[in-house]
Design a protein. Sequence first.
Length: 315
Amino acid sequence: MSKKICLHLIILLICILTATASAFSQTRDSTDIPKLLSEVKIKSDENWRRVNVETVNYVFKVRQIWREAGKESRIKEKSELYELYIPVKCPAKKCRVVTVLLEKNGKPLAADRVEKSRAKASEKIQDLETDKQARELPAEQPSRLVWMKFGYYVRRPNSARYETVVRLDGQEILETCEFYAPTRETINGREAIGLSFRPRADAVFSKESAYMPQSEGKIWIDATDKVLIQTAIWQKGTNFPETTSDYLFAHAALALDMTRTAEGIWFNRLGRINGLAYPNLFAEMKGDYSVEHFDFHRFNTEIKEVEIYRSNKER
Protein backbone atom coordinates (compact mmCIF):
# COMPACT_ATOMS: atom_id res chain seq x y z
CA MET A 1 0.00 0.00 0.00
CA SER A 2 1.46 3.35 -1.02
CA LYS A 3 2.30 6.10 1.46
CA LYS A 4 -0.25 8.35 -0.25
CA ILE A 5 -3.09 5.86 0.25
CA CYS A 6 -2.02 5.31 3.87
CA LEU A 7 -2.06 9.06 4.45
CA HIS A 8 -5.59 9.33 3.02
CA LEU A 9 -6.77 6.46 5.24
CA ILE A 10 -5.26 8.10 8.32
CA ILE A 11 -6.94 11.42 7.51
CA LEU A 12 -10.26 9.64 6.93
CA LEU A 13 -9.95 7.82 10.28
CA ILE A 14 -9.18 11.08 12.09
CA CYS A 15 -12.24 12.69 10.51
CA ILE A 16 -14.47 9.79 11.57
CA LEU A 17 -13.17 9.87 15.17
CA THR A 18 -13.53 13.64 15.31
CA ALA A 19 -17.12 13.47 14.03
CA THR A 20 -17.98 10.70 16.52
CA ALA A 21 -16.48 12.64 19.41
CA SER A 22 -18.30 15.77 18.31
CA ALA A 23 -21.63 13.95 18.11
CA PHE A 24 -21.11 12.46 21.57
CA SER A 25 -20.21 15.89 22.93
CA GLN A 26 -23.34 17.38 21.40
CA THR A 27 -25.45 14.63 22.98
CA ARG A 28 -23.94 15.44 26.36
CA ASP A 29 -24.25 19.19 25.94
CA SER A 30 -27.82 19.07 24.66
CA THR A 31 -29.17 17.30 27.75
CA ASP A 32 -31.71 19.56 29.44
CA ILE A 33 -30.73 18.79 33.04
CA PRO A 34 -33.46 20.82 34.84
CA LYS A 35 -36.15 19.27 32.64
CA LEU A 36 -34.71 15.79 33.18
CA LEU A 37 -34.56 16.21 36.98
CA SER A 38 -38.14 17.51 37.05
CA GLU A 39 -39.28 14.38 35.22
CA VAL A 40 -37.16 12.20 37.52
CA LYS A 41 -38.90 13.64 40.58
CA ILE A 42 -42.34 12.89 39.11
CA LYS A 43 -41.44 9.38 37.94
CA SER A 44 -39.62 8.52 41.17
CA ASP A 45 -42.66 9.65 43.18
CA GLU A 46 -44.87 7.45 41.01
CA ASN A 47 -42.52 4.50 41.53
CA TRP A 48 -42.49 4.93 45.30
CA ARG A 49 -46.25 5.13 45.45
CA ARG A 50 -46.20 1.69 43.86
CA VAL A 51 -43.52 0.55 46.33
CA ASN A 52 -45.65 1.70 49.28
CA VAL A 53 -48.66 -0.20 47.97
CA GLU A 54 -46.97 -3.30 46.58
CA THR A 55 -44.28 -4.07 49.17
CA VAL A 56 -46.74 -6.16 51.18
CA ASN A 57 -47.16 -8.38 48.12
CA TYR A 58 -43.49 -9.33 48.04
CA VAL A 59 -41.23 -11.54 50.09
CA PHE A 60 -37.48 -11.12 49.70
CA LYS A 61 -34.16 -11.73 51.35
CA VAL A 62 -32.10 -9.21 53.32
CA ARG A 63 -28.39 -9.49 54.02
CA GLN A 64 -26.73 -7.16 56.55
CA ILE A 65 -22.94 -6.93 56.82
CA TRP A 66 -20.94 -5.06 59.47
CA ARG A 67 -17.18 -4.59 59.04
CA GLU A 68 -14.96 -2.75 61.49
CA ALA A 69 -11.26 -2.40 62.25
CA GLY A 70 -9.93 -4.82 64.86
CA LYS A 71 -6.55 -5.30 66.46
CA GLU A 72 -3.42 -5.26 64.30
CA SER A 73 -5.37 -3.67 61.43
CA ARG A 74 -7.47 -6.79 60.98
CA ILE A 75 -11.02 -6.34 59.74
CA LYS A 76 -13.73 -7.96 61.82
CA GLU A 77 -16.86 -8.91 59.90
CA LYS A 78 -20.24 -10.21 60.91
CA SER A 79 -23.32 -10.77 58.79
CA GLU A 80 -26.92 -11.96 58.89
CA LEU A 81 -29.16 -13.22 56.09
CA TYR A 82 -32.93 -13.13 56.51
CA GLU A 83 -36.09 -13.93 54.65
CA LEU A 84 -38.38 -10.98 55.17
CA TYR A 85 -42.12 -10.57 54.93
CA ILE A 86 -44.04 -7.33 55.50
CA PRO A 87 -47.52 -8.02 56.97
CA VAL A 88 -50.61 -6.51 55.40
CA LYS A 89 -51.78 -5.52 58.89
CA CYS A 90 -49.90 -3.96 61.80
CA PRO A 91 -50.33 -4.65 65.52
CA ALA A 92 -51.93 -1.89 67.56
CA LYS A 93 -48.60 -0.91 69.16
CA LYS A 94 -46.08 -1.02 66.32
CA CYS A 95 -45.62 -2.34 62.81
CA ARG A 96 -43.01 -5.08 62.62
CA VAL A 97 -41.80 -7.15 59.73
CA VAL A 98 -41.68 -10.93 60.05
CA THR A 99 -38.20 -12.36 59.56
CA VAL A 100 -36.65 -15.79 59.24
CA LEU A 101 -32.91 -16.04 59.94
CA LEU A 102 -31.18 -18.16 57.26
CA GLU A 103 -27.46 -17.52 57.82
CA LYS A 104 -25.24 -15.99 60.46
CA ASN A 105 -21.69 -14.86 59.66
CA GLY A 106 -21.82 -16.70 56.34
CA LYS A 107 -22.82 -20.04 57.84
CA PRO A 108 -26.28 -21.45 57.00
CA LEU A 109 -28.45 -22.37 59.94
CA ALA A 110 -29.57 -25.98 60.36
CA ALA A 111 -32.44 -26.88 58.03
CA ASP A 112 -34.73 -27.97 60.88
CA ARG A 113 -34.18 -24.67 62.70
CA VAL A 114 -35.03 -22.69 59.55
CA GLU A 115 -38.19 -24.76 59.02
CA LYS A 116 -39.30 -24.12 62.60
CA SER A 117 -38.71 -20.39 62.12
CA ARG A 118 -40.72 -20.45 58.90
CA ALA A 119 -43.58 -22.19 60.69
CA LYS A 120 -43.55 -19.55 63.44
CA ALA A 121 -43.42 -16.79 60.82
CA SER A 122 -46.48 -18.23 59.09
CA GLU A 123 -48.30 -18.34 62.43
CA LYS A 124 -47.44 -14.69 63.11
CA ILE A 125 -48.69 -13.68 59.68
CA GLN A 126 -51.95 -15.58 60.09
CA ASP A 127 -52.43 -14.15 63.60
CA LEU A 128 -52.09 -10.63 62.20
CA GLU A 129 -54.57 -11.41 59.43
CA THR A 130 -57.19 -12.45 62.01
CA ASP A 131 -56.33 -9.90 64.73
CA LYS A 132 -59.30 -7.55 65.01
CA GLN A 133 -57.20 -4.89 66.75
CA ALA A 134 -54.51 -4.90 64.07
CA ARG A 135 -54.87 -2.09 61.60
CA GLU A 136 -54.44 -2.29 57.87
CA LEU A 137 -51.69 -0.25 56.27
CA PRO A 138 -53.06 3.18 55.32
CA ALA A 139 -54.32 3.41 51.76
CA GLU A 140 -53.65 7.15 51.59
CA GLN A 141 -50.14 8.15 50.69
CA PRO A 142 -48.21 10.82 52.62
CA SER A 143 -47.89 14.22 50.99
CA ARG A 144 -44.09 13.79 50.90
CA LEU A 145 -43.02 10.36 49.78
CA VAL A 146 -39.93 8.86 51.40
CA TRP A 147 -37.71 7.30 48.76
CA MET A 148 -34.09 6.59 47.88
CA LYS A 149 -33.13 6.84 51.54
CA PHE A 150 -30.68 4.79 53.57
CA GLY A 151 -29.19 5.32 57.02
CA TYR A 152 -27.06 3.92 59.80
CA TYR A 153 -28.64 3.71 63.23
CA VAL A 154 -27.13 3.45 66.70
CA ARG A 155 -28.57 3.02 70.16
CA ARG A 156 -27.15 5.34 72.78
CA PRO A 157 -26.06 4.05 76.20
CA ASN A 158 -28.95 3.88 78.69
CA SER A 159 -31.44 4.39 75.89
CA ALA A 160 -33.91 1.96 74.31
CA ARG A 161 -34.30 4.03 71.14
CA TYR A 162 -32.24 3.97 67.97
CA GLU A 163 -31.30 7.18 66.20
CA THR A 164 -29.87 7.86 62.77
CA VAL A 165 -26.29 9.15 62.74
CA VAL A 166 -25.59 8.99 58.99
CA ARG A 167 -28.15 9.19 56.20
CA LEU A 168 -28.14 9.17 52.43
CA ASP A 169 -31.25 10.85 51.05
CA GLY A 170 -31.89 10.91 47.31
CA GLN A 171 -34.56 13.59 47.62
CA GLU A 172 -32.24 15.82 49.64
CA ILE A 173 -29.56 15.45 46.99
CA LEU A 174 -31.96 16.53 44.22
CA GLU A 175 -33.04 19.57 46.24
CA THR A 176 -29.65 20.79 47.51
CA CYS A 177 -27.12 19.97 44.78
CA GLU A 178 -26.19 21.21 41.34
CA PHE A 179 -25.81 18.69 38.51
CA TYR A 180 -23.53 18.67 35.50
CA ALA A 181 -21.59 16.53 32.98
CA PRO A 182 -24.29 14.10 31.80
CA THR A 183 -23.09 10.74 30.52
CA ARG A 184 -24.69 7.63 29.04
CA GLU A 185 -23.98 4.19 30.50
CA THR A 186 -25.42 0.70 30.52
CA ILE A 187 -26.29 -0.62 33.98
CA ASN A 188 -27.54 -4.19 34.29
CA GLY A 189 -28.43 -4.23 30.60
CA ARG A 190 -30.46 -0.99 30.73
CA GLU A 191 -29.45 2.43 29.43
CA ALA A 192 -28.87 4.98 32.17
CA ILE A 193 -28.09 8.70 32.31
CA GLY A 194 -25.36 9.70 34.74
CA LEU A 195 -25.14 13.16 36.32
CA SER A 196 -22.26 14.38 38.46
CA PHE A 197 -23.24 16.59 41.40
CA ARG A 198 -21.88 18.82 44.12
CA PRO A 199 -23.70 20.61 46.96
CA ARG A 200 -24.82 24.17 46.27
CA ALA A 201 -22.94 26.82 48.24
CA ASP A 202 -26.14 27.96 49.99
CA ALA A 203 -27.41 24.46 50.82
CA VAL A 204 -28.28 23.61 54.42
CA PHE A 205 -28.04 19.98 55.52
CA SER A 206 -29.39 18.01 58.44
CA LYS A 207 -27.22 16.60 61.23
CA GLU A 208 -27.47 13.15 59.65
CA SER A 209 -26.07 14.41 56.33
CA ALA A 210 -23.49 16.83 57.74
CA TYR A 211 -20.88 15.13 55.54
CA MET A 212 -22.44 16.57 52.35
CA PRO A 213 -20.53 19.92 52.13
CA GLN A 214 -17.29 17.90 52.05
CA SER A 215 -18.65 15.52 49.41
CA GLU A 216 -19.41 15.16 45.73
CA GLY A 217 -20.85 12.32 43.73
CA LYS A 218 -22.92 11.01 40.89
CA ILE A 219 -26.47 9.80 40.31
CA TRP A 220 -27.77 7.50 37.61
CA ILE A 221 -31.26 7.66 36.10
CA ASP A 222 -32.93 4.86 34.16
CA ALA A 223 -33.24 6.29 30.64
CA THR A 224 -36.58 4.58 29.97
CA ASP A 225 -38.40 4.76 33.31
CA LYS A 226 -36.81 8.11 34.33
CA VAL A 227 -36.42 6.82 37.90
CA LEU A 228 -33.40 7.64 40.07
CA ILE A 229 -31.78 4.20 40.41
CA GLN A 230 -28.26 4.72 41.77
CA THR A 231 -26.30 7.17 43.88
CA ALA A 232 -22.62 7.23 44.80
CA ILE A 233 -20.98 9.81 47.11
CA TRP A 234 -17.33 10.28 48.01
CA GLN A 235 -15.10 12.84 49.69
CA LYS A 236 -14.17 15.89 47.63
CA GLY A 237 -10.81 15.62 45.95
CA THR A 238 -10.84 11.82 45.76
CA ASN A 239 -9.22 10.65 42.54
CA PHE A 240 -10.41 7.41 40.95
CA PRO A 241 -8.56 5.46 38.23
CA GLU A 242 -11.92 4.60 36.67
CA THR A 243 -15.17 6.54 36.31
CA THR A 244 -17.60 3.76 35.40
CA SER A 245 -20.73 3.35 37.49
CA ASP A 246 -19.57 -0.06 38.76
CA TYR A 247 -16.23 1.30 39.95
CA LEU A 248 -17.56 4.50 41.51
CA PHE A 249 -20.36 2.62 43.24
CA ALA A 250 -17.97 0.00 44.68
CA HIS A 251 -15.52 2.61 45.99
CA ALA A 252 -17.95 5.26 47.26
CA ALA A 253 -18.30 6.44 50.83
CA LEU A 254 -22.08 6.14 50.52
CA ALA A 255 -23.91 4.16 47.88
CA LEU A 256 -27.52 3.29 47.15
CA ASP A 257 -28.66 1.07 44.30
CA MET A 258 -32.07 -0.12 43.12
CA THR A 259 -33.36 -3.18 41.30
CA ARG A 260 -36.31 -3.52 38.93
CA THR A 261 -38.75 -6.37 39.50
CA ALA A 262 -40.52 -8.27 36.73
CA GLU A 263 -43.56 -6.09 37.44
CA GLY A 264 -41.57 -2.93 36.64
CA ILE A 265 -41.21 -1.62 40.20
CA TRP A 266 -37.88 -0.27 41.43
CA PHE A 267 -36.98 -1.38 44.98
CA ASN A 268 -33.88 -0.59 47.04
CA ARG A 269 -31.28 -3.28 46.31
CA LEU A 270 -28.13 -2.23 48.17
CA GLY A 271 -27.31 0.52 50.63
CA ARG A 272 -23.80 1.03 51.99
CA ILE A 273 -21.97 3.45 54.27
CA ASN A 274 -18.20 2.91 54.25
CA GLY A 275 -16.56 4.68 57.15
CA LEU A 276 -13.54 2.36 56.95
CA ALA A 277 -12.43 3.77 53.61
CA TYR A 278 -13.43 7.36 54.54
CA PRO A 279 -12.63 7.76 58.27
CA ASN A 280 -12.54 11.58 58.10
CA LEU A 281 -15.92 12.01 56.46
CA PHE A 282 -18.23 10.72 59.20
CA ALA A 283 -18.17 11.80 62.83
CA GLU A 284 -19.95 8.74 64.22
CA MET A 285 -19.49 6.02 61.63
CA LYS A 286 -16.05 4.40 61.42
CA GLY A 287 -17.11 1.00 60.16
CA ASP A 288 -18.46 -0.37 56.89
CA TYR A 289 -22.16 -1.23 56.93
CA SER A 290 -24.30 -2.53 54.09
CA VAL A 291 -27.82 -3.88 53.60
CA GLU A 292 -28.72 -5.86 50.50
CA HIS A 293 -32.28 -6.76 49.39
CA PHE A 294 -32.64 -9.46 46.76
CA ASP A 295 -34.65 -12.47 45.58
CA PHE A 296 -37.83 -10.40 45.25
CA HIS A 297 -40.84 -12.64 44.71
CA ARG A 298 -44.40 -11.46 44.31
CA PHE A 299 -47.19 -13.60 45.66
CA ASN A 300 -50.97 -13.42 46.11
CA THR A 301 -51.77 -11.95 49.53
CA GLU A 302 -55.38 -13.05 49.26
CA ILE A 303 -54.58 -16.72 49.79
CA LYS A 304 -55.63 -17.90 53.22
CA GLU A 305 -52.57 -19.95 53.99
CA VAL A 306 -49.36 -17.95 53.64
CA GLU A 307 -46.24 -19.82 52.63
CA ILE A 308 -42.87 -18.15 52.98
CA TYR A 309 -41.14 -18.16 49.60
CA ARG A 310 -38.05 -20.31 49.33
CA SER A 311 -35.55 -19.95 46.55
CA ASN A 312 -32.32 -21.68 45.71
CA LYS A 313 -31.01 -18.49 44.16
CA GLU A 314 -28.32 -16.94 46.35
CA ARG A 315 -26.19 -13.96 45.58
